[in-house]
Write a new protein. Structure first.
Length: 82
């Protein structure tokens, strides 16, 4: 089920980063995604202080964790079929 934040710029930047297979472009994609996510977190900070963690904030936390793993280990590739 699509979430309302799927069209948010942070999600689009995240999708580009996790789908990037070019190792030369990957660091830039990750940094762009992190920057856009930081902007969204700043926008959400007033709401989360009042209501606790929103579902979008939970998704952002998971996205940041995945970006960290991607930066550390690189993209997962399917093994070549001989």
């Amino acid at each position: 089920m699509p979430q309302p934040w799927n069209s948010q710029p942070w999600m689009q930047a995240y999708d580009l980063a996790i789908s990037e297979l070019d190792l030369a472009k990957l660091p830039s994609r990750i940094e762009t995604a992190k920057s856009v996510i930081e902007l969204r977190v700043a926008q959400l900070s007033d709401w989360t202080n009042l209501t606790g963690r929103s579902p979008e904030m939970e998704s952002i936390i998971r996205a940041l964790q995945m970006l960290h793993l991607l930066a550390e280990h690189g993209p997962l590739r399917k093994p070549a079929i001989a």
